[in-house]
Design a protein around this ligand. Structure first.
Ligand code: SF4
Ligand code: SF4
Length: 407
C-alpha cells in the first residue's frame, strides 16, 4: 500500500516512528480475529487493521474527523492484536500517536470532555479518592449494588508485617488500588515477608501515570511519572532490589517509563532505571518459589477461574504465569474459554464506552462462570472492580489466595 507522510510531519521523530510502524503492517488481517471490538461490531474500522489505516490517513495529512475519533476511541488498547500479529506491529504505540493527533486537531468538548476531566482529577489523587471512599462507606446500604461493590470489602486483613529483612523491594501502592482494594498490597507484603523480603511502602503514594495517559491527558500523565520517580529515587539509591506492582495495568506502564520519557533530558536515565527495576508480583513469586519447593496446600479444595488481564498477558507478556503458580500451590484452575479477550474494564473504558464495555463484561463473566468456580481471581484492580459489579461470587486478586496458605 502506498504511503506518503505529510510534509509538515517529515522532520518529527514521532511521525517517522509512526510511519515505520504503518509500513510494518502487511494488511493480512489476522489481528481482526482476536480483536474484541471487531468481534462485537464486525466493522473493519473497529479492528486493528482498519485503525492502522485511519492513523495512516492522519499521517498523510487528512483532517481529523468525528468518524476517525469514534473508531480510535472504541479501541480498548488491550493489545490482543499485538500478540496475534505475525509481523510484530507495535500497534499500541501507533494508536497513541493517532489519538494525540486527534486531540491536537480537534480538542474534546461537552460531556466527553467533562467525563475525562472528572476521572483525571479524581482517580490519580490518592487523598481525594480516600476522602470519597470515606464519605461513601457509611452509605453503602443505600447505594446501588454496582456502586457499593466498588467500595473496599469489609473485614479484610490490612495488617502489614513488622519484620525488616535484608532483601528490600519497593511497592507501587497505586491510586485506585490503595483506596478501593487495600487488602491486595497487604496480602502481597505478608506473602513476601514469608519469603524473606520486605516490601517497602511508598513515601508518598500516587498514580503511576496510566490513568491520565490513557484519558488523552498525556502531559499530565508524564508529570505523574516524574513525580513517581522523584518519590522513589531515595529508595532506589538506597538499593531496593525491585519495584513491585500488584496491578498489572500499573506494571505495564512502569515498564514503559524509559520509552515514555526518552526525550526528557532530565529524567530519561532515571526513567530507564525505574523500568529496569519494575516487576509484577507474579515475577517475584515465580522466581522465589521454584518447581521443587514445597508449597503449603489450601485447607479445602477451591475451584478458581482466573481472568488474565490484557495488561498481564498482552502488555507484559506474562501469559500463564499466575495460572501455573496457582496450580502449583494446589488450587484447581477451571477452564476459561477465549482467555485472550478483554473483560471490558480497560482503565477508564468502562466509563467512556459503557455500552461496549458492558457487553464484553457479560461475555467474560459467562465464560468465567461456565465451570462453576468458587472464586474468580485476577491480577489487576480495574478488572477486579469491573467484574465485581455483576459477579455473583467473590472476585479477588490472586495474591490473596496465596496469602491464605499456611506455611
Ligand atoms: S497489524 Fe499485523 S496482523 Fe494486523 S493486518 Fe497488520 S500485519 Fe496483519
Ligand atoms: S488493542 Fe484490542 S481493541 Fe484495540 S485494535 Fe487491538 S485487539 Fe482491537
Amino acid at each position: 500500500m502506498e504511503f506518503h507522510l505529510d510534509r509538515k510531519f517529515a522532520n518529527a521523530a514521532w511521525a517517522q516512528e509512526a510511519e515505520s510502524i504503518v509500513r510494518k503492517c502487511v494488511h493480512c488481517g489476522f489481528c481482526n480475529a482476536t480483536c474484541p471490538t471487531y468481534q462485537l461490531l464486525g466493522d473493519e474500522a473497529d479492528g486493528p487493521r482498519g485503525r492502522i489505516y485511519l492513523v495512516k490517513q492522519l499521517l498523510e495529512g487528512q483532517p481529523a474527523s468525528a468518524q476517525a475519533r469514534l473508531h480510535l476511541d472504541r479501541c480498548l488498547l488491550c493489545r490482543s492484536c499485538e500478540t496475534t500479529c505475525p509481523s510484530g506491529v507495535p500497534y499500541a504505540r501507533l494508536l497513541e500517536t493517532g489519538r494525540q493527533m486527534l486531540e491536537q486537531q480537534q480538542p474534546r468538548s461537552g460531556l466527553d470532555w467533562l467525563k475525562r476531566k472528572l476521572m483525571t482529577t479524581l482517580i490519580p489523587r490518592n487523598r481525594l479518592m480516600q476522602a470519597a471512599v470515606s464519605l461513601a462507606r457509611p452509605l453503602r446500604a443505600f447505594l446501588p449494588r454496582a456502586l457499593a461493590s466498588q467500595l473496599p470489602t469489609a473485614g479484610k486483613d490490612l495488617q502489614r508485617p513488622q519484620r525488616v529483612h535484608a532483601r528490600r523491594m519497593l511497592l507501587l501502592e497505586g491510586c485506585a488500588q490503595a483506596a478501593l482494594t487495600p487488602e491486595t498490597n497487604a496480602a502481597a507484603a505478608r506473602v513476601l515477608d514469608r519469603l524473606g523480603i520486605t516490601l517497602v511502602p511508598e513515601a508518598r503514594p500516587g498514580c503511576c501515570g496510566a490513568v491520565r495517559l490513557h484519558t488523552s491527558a498525556r502531559a499530565q500523565g508524564l508529570a505523574d511519572i516524574r513525580r513517581r520517580i522523584d518519590t522513589w529515587w531515595p529508595d532506589i539509591e538506597a538499593g531496593v532490589e525491585a519495584i513491585v506492582s500488584t496491578a498489572s495495568g500499573c506494571g505495564v506502564t512502569l515498564k514503559d517509563y524509559g520509552e515514555l520519557l526518552k526525550d526528557d533530558p532530565e529524567y530519561a536515565g532515571k526513567a530507564r532505571q525505574v523500568a529496569s527495576l519494575a516487576v509484577d508480583i507474579a515475577e517475584v513469586i515465580g522466581a522465589e518459589i521454584t518447581e521443587s519447593a514445597a508449597w503449603p496446600k489450601p485447607a479445602r479444595q477451591l475451584k478458581v477461574a482466573f481472568q488474565s488481564p490484557c495488561t498481564l498477558q498482552h502488555g507484559q507478556k506474562l501469559n500463564g504465569r499466575v495460572e501455573a503458580l496457582l496450580s502449583r500451590a494446589g488450587f484447581t484452575l477451571v477452564p476459561v474459554a477465549d482467555p485472550h479477550l478483554c473483560c471490558g474494564s480497560a482503565g477508564t473504558y468502562s466509563v467512556l464506552q459503557a455500552g461496549l464495555s458492558a457487553q464484553l463484561k457479560a461475555d467474560k463473566l459467562a465464560k468465567l462462570l461456565a465451570h462453576s468456580p468458587d472464586v474468580i481471581a485476577t491480577a489487576n484492580v480495574g478488572c477486579q472492580l469491573h467484574l465485581r459489579k455483576h459477579a455473583k461470587l467473590p472476585v479477588t486478586h490472586w495474591i490473596e489466595l496465596l496469602d491464605t496458605l499456611e506455611g
